[in-house]
Design a protein around this ligand. Structure first.
Ligand SMILES: Cc1cc2nc3c(=O)[nH]c(=O)nc-3n(C[C@H](O)[C@H](O)[C@H](O)COP(=O)(O)OP(=O)(O)OC[C@H]3O[C@@H](n4cnc5c(N)ncnc54)[C@H](O)[C@@H]3O)c2cc1C
Length: 455
């Protein structure tokens, strides 16, 4: 039986951030995920905004962690090469009723320590976003909002953690927990023991919480569908265009992506099944109607992709981040719609909670030198220096594919390769590069092309 100081269950952006934080010390850490890759749950399907936290509920745990996470991830991204673009955002009121809510949003932003927010008149709004549809009543400028690569972020955390000795156990769902002097985590490939357990199981964090003997919250899955428009639409949108949020959702935004596309979404649908990340006719019709209203010219462009992510909402409005004193167990549940931004701050918080419960961190390990391969459009990419191009839509070179397949945390399937390099995500839908890329993955994994395609 492998024995660890800490087992982190769930290798989404949150679990990976925690693994990175703890692996910086002389500890034995295991990071487990039920799936075949890190960051392959909710963390791969969001709107990828690095939030300032201006609209968080003042005084909530989420507000504090988003604010700190914004600073930490913003700095870290620049340091290790995670694509981030400081576009800023305009929050647009589309009716008099929404206009009346702007002062309240400004007051909340100030209460959250964010003072850079300011009102913008309709004239200036039109000048700043000339493609906006008619009917805007006013706006707020939130200059700090940024867009970030949601895929490179967990890869960077996991790469750092694994380089520092963290054991990454993929395809390893925790199916049961026994408790003695240490925790015994049951998985289909055997048991492992851990002195401390961190629950970062996202949409299944309530189930794991129950396995750990608690019943503090229930996940109420809230799906968000999105539409990605072709790169030719990118000049239509200069920054993030936010709506006036409601009590349950931040609403439908229009935003550039770091890959040079424009996205519209997300919806907010309560669904029974946390794993149901399907797109639906109704959802897409709704988003198209929103696109037509917010930036009508978008509809002249092609849709490159649709996808959906599911938020780990709960019956509570705040994060369900609980340390169970004396139990050597920290639960990180209900990280619903800001977890990418807050990830590094959540990791610090969890570290401190574990220390308060008796974990000795030990000496600090030297931080590994890390520079992630860039997949952001705003920064130099390998194809600019030449090299054989495999995917022409997204201009991905063979060198990038080979690097991703042999990285410290390598791509193990087509989806993992897509998120590391951008292959298969262009306007041709993989028609051009699909066969070759599948062959490359098969060779690297010692599998057949059929097996790769089946995954
Ligand atoms: C539509 C949408 C838009 C969003 N927009 C933004 C945004 O713009 N900015 C932002 O900061 N945040 C945003 N978010 C929120 C953000 O994506 C999430 O908060 C974050 O990804 C949560 O990460 P996580 O690691 O907690 O969960 P996940 O990424 O879901 O990871 C949990 C992992 O746990 C694993 N797991 C579950 N059960 C077990 C088990 N029993 N054993 C082993 N492994 C298990 C799963 O396989 C999964 O990989 C958005 C979310 C959605 C859905």
């Amino acid at each position: 039986v492998s024995a660890y100081d800490v087992a982190i269950v769930g290798a989404g952006v949150v679990g990976c951030a925690i693994a990175r934080e703890l692996s910086a010390h002389e500890l034995s850490v295991a990071l487990l995920d039920a799936g075949p890759d890190v960051g392959a749950g909710t963390s791969k399907a969001n709107t990828a905004i690095l939030h300032t936290g201006f609209d968080a509920k003042p005084g909530s745990l989420e507000a504090g962690l988003v604010r700190r996470g914004y600073e930490l991830l913003g700095d870290y991204a620049e340091r290790v090469g995670i694509p981030v673009e400081r576009t800023g955002a305009l929050l647009v009121a589309w009716s008099d009723a929404e206009l009346e809510r702007l002062p309240e949003i400004v007051a909340d932003a100030r209460a959250n320590g964010y003072d850079a927010i300011r009102e913008v008149g309709v004239g200036e709004l039109r000048e700043r976003e000339p493609s906006l549809g008619p009917g805007a009543a006013g706006a707020l400028e939130v200059p700090g909002e940024a867009i970030v690569c949601p895929w490179t972020t967990p890869f960077a955390y996991a790469t750092e953690a694994v380089t520092s000795g963290c054991e990454l156990l993929l395809d390893t769902p925790v199916t049961g927990v026994r408790r003695g002097d240490v925790f015994m985590l049951e998985t289909p490939s055997g048991e492992l023991s851990a002195r401390f357990v961190v629950n970062a199981a996202g949409l299944h964090s309530d189930r794991l919480d129950r396995m750990m003997g608690h019943e503090d919250f229930e996940i109420r899955p809230r799906r968000g569908q999105l539409i990605v428009f072709d790169k030719l639409a990118r000049p239509l949108v200069r920054q993030v265009v936010l709506p006036v949020p409601t009590a349950t959702t931040k609403g439908v935004l229009v935003a550039p992506t770091v890959y040079g596309n424009v996205m519209v979404g997300p919806t907010a649908e309560e669904i029974p099944d946390p794993d149901d990340s399907a797109s639906t006719r109704d959802g897409l019709d709704y988003l198209m109607a929103q696109a037509r209203r917010i930036v009508p010219d978008l509809l002249a462009h092609e849709v490159t992709a649709v996808y959906a992510g599911v938020r780990a909402a709960t019956e509570h409005s705040d994060y369900q981040l609980r340390a169970h004193a004396g139990e050597r167990y920290v639960c990180v549940g209900g990280i619903r719609s800001t977890g990418l931004t807050a990830s590094m701050a959540i990791a610090e918080h969890v570290r401190d909670a574990l220390v308060a419960d008796g974990l000795e961190l030990g000496a600090r390990r030297p931080a590994p030198e890390l520079r992630m391969p860039n997949i952001g459009e705003a920064f130099p990419r390998p194809h600019e220096r030449g090299g054989e191009v495999v995917c022409f839509c997204e201009r991905v070179t063979l060198g990038e594919v080979e690097e991703a397949l042999s990285a410290v945390v390598p791509a193990r399937d087509l989806d993992g390769l897509r998120r590391r390099t951008r292959v298969l995500m262009g306007r041709c839908q993989g028609f051009f590069c699909g066969a070759r890329v599948a062959r490359l993955v098969a060779e690297a994994r010692g599998a057949t092309v059929e097996e790769v395609l089946r995954r």
